[in-house]
Design a protein around this ligand. Structure first.
Ligand code: MG
Length: 330
């Protein structure tokens, strides 16, 4: 099984596996990394886009662990998580079943934090491998299906609960929502959670600016008659203030996950509409679209990683891609 995944053949019998390695006809810098602004040109690396793993049904939630030199991600419909070792490119199953896990992050201590669709909870994997449930209810009602999560420098866990995992059996199981679709902040000291944003249709990916003065949150509500945009909030301690639309030129496609780099640029996924727009977009802190990364598949989520933190990993439908850039994650 492990070797089959590494070789790019489909573990469930697909006969036309996508090849691993650099995408065809690459020249440096890869023309698929498109600068729209001089602020992006400086971020381009003299490198090509690589498909580092393939054979998944829906890749999501990438997170890089610098201590181990590996990337983890979720393959939601296959109810598993996978791990890619940077040293030799080996791919293996990290966790199966994964409770249809979606978004993942690494907390300040280096522990894995995961959103689980099927178990409708946010968990932390301890260093001994045991799993701690951080939150599965609010006001006595079950969470819908947590989607994505980020940990602030004070240890607070901020996550979204849009409930895609209870829409049907493909990414979890069909169930009624017991709560509205909110953004939460879980206080590490008290274990208590508060709703920090209650006016999203489907809150999804989220990321802080490098100074944590801003929080960016995707609304992928276009899947249910709502907007396709990124909002930005001022972070005031445990509260969010002055939310406004930061980027909104996604429809009829939409964005799902995002990360910020060390300069405060916002890197977000893109897909589900014009194939020429599939991949990643980069927005400057002022909201200008300054660059795009074009991929052959719709992209759901991304993260920075690699030994020096300047490698972008992109979870895009059936494959995971990477490219080296001249910037590091926030
Ligand atoms: Mg998501």
């Amino acid at each position: 099984m492990d070797q089959a995944i590494t070789a790019g053949s489909h573990p469930f019998g697909r006969h036309d596996p996508l090849p691993l390695g650099h995408l065809p006809a690459t020249r440096y810098p890869d023309p698929r990394v498109e600068a729209l602004d001089r602020r992006f040109t400086a971020r381009q690396g003299n490198a090509g886009i690589e498909r580092i793993a393939t054979g998944f049904r829906w890749a999501e939630g990438p997170v890089y662990f610098p201590a181990g030199g590996y990337l983890l991600w979720s393959d939601i419909p296959n109810n598993r998580m996978l791990r890619w070792l940077e040293d030799d490119g080996h791919v293996s199953v990290f966790r199966s079943p994964s409770n249809f896990a979606n978004g993942n992050t690494c907390d300040r201590e280096g522990r894995l934090v995961t959103c689980e669709h099927d178990a409708r909870r946010v968990t932390r994997t301890e260093f001994d491998g045991s799993i701690t449930v951080l939150m599965d209810r609010h006001d006595g009602r079950r969470l819908n299906a947590p989607n994505d999560v980020v940990v602030a420098s004070d240890g607070a866990i901020w996550f979204t609960d849009p409930g895609y995992g209870i829409d049907g059996p493909y990414e979890g199981h069909a169930a009624e929502a017991e709560l509205s679709r909110h953004v939460y902040r879980l206080d590490p000291a008290t274990g208590k959670a508060t709703v920090v944003a209650d006016d999203f249709v489907r809150p999804n990916g989220l990321a802080f600016s490098p100074d944590e003065k801003r929080l960016y949150v995707v609304d992928s509500g276009i899947t249910h008659g709502g907007p396709a945009h990124i909002r930005v909030f001022e972070v005031d301690g445990a509260k969010l203030r002055n939310g406004r639309v930061f980027a909104e030129d996604f429809a009829p496609g939409f964005t799902d996950g995002l990360r910020t780099d060390a300069d405060g640029n916002v890197w977000c996924s893109m897909g589900w509409a014009d194939p020429g727009e599939d991949g990643v977009r980069c927005y400057a802190p002022d909201g200008d679209l300054i660059g795009k990364i074009h991929l052959p598949e719709s992209c759901a989520n991304l993260c920075f990683g690699g030994k020096k933190g300047h490698r972008l990993f992109m979870a895009a439908s059936t494959s995971v891609y990477s490219v080296f850039l001249n910037t590091t994650g926030a």
